[in-house]
Design a protein around this ligand. Sequence first.
Ligand code: PLP
Length: 284
Amino acid sequence: MSRIVYVNGAWPPEAEATISVFDRGFLFADAVYEVTSVLDGRLVDFEGHMRRLHRSLRELAIPAPVDDEAMLAIHRELVVRNDLREGLIYLQVTRGAADRDFVWPADPTPSLVLFTQAKPLADTAAGRDGIRVLTIPDIRWQRRDIKTVQLLAPSMGKMAARKAGKDDAWLVEDGFVTEGTSSNAYIVTRDGAVVTRNLSNAVLHGITRAAVLRLAAEAQLRVEERPFTVQEATAAAEAFITAASAFVTPVVEIDAHPVGHGTPGPVTRRLREIYLVEARRSAI
Ligand code: PLP
């Protein structure tokens, strides 16, 4: 089945969707994106994704192509047109097309593209059994808080993991884990604290992270937002990742060391469950 996508006000079938070769997203990765999960045909944490989109746009002085009300209408229309029950909506805003020049055009007309990806999210082997990660140097730029489409470093990281027979990679800088290639990274210490890197320019400010930390605190878990080392992670009781596309996914092995008993731990399983209930409840 061919998807219907959204491109600058039009709703073409995916094979007929086009964007200019001069689009700065294509030439300079001068573009930001969001990925929103869909459960039961409804959008999970839409407001959070819009808030972060505006922050990314503001940091790069890209004008918003449409207002939030229109953005919500486009998301919903895309769900309906593609009969999406479970999966992802990818949204990209670029600075638009202009003759190639490193200097930004003075009065850009941003491009807006959205498409769906139907896939199971709630009931997956990774969610149930966990994933194995490889640690690799974090070679990305220093504004990881902006969700730009320059994703070659994480893409190379995922390929390195794949080559090593692992599911994904965790990125390490100065001995400390920053985050996963496309997720935030966590450990659960042996005395039960949930630890994840504090927010800064070093990591993406995950929308799932914000929800999971709030739910963890509500569940009376101790939360510590601070850097942790690979050594601390391999010695931890549990580890997991969060992302809109993964919710809470257990990490059962780091660099061939089993984490805890090498199976998803109770805190991680509980957080996944709590998160899923809340995501379904609050989806719009
Ligand atoms: N960190 C990185 C580098 C990511 O690419 C992502 C998601 O794609 C995340 C964290 C998780 O963010 P969110 O929970 O908003 O999906």
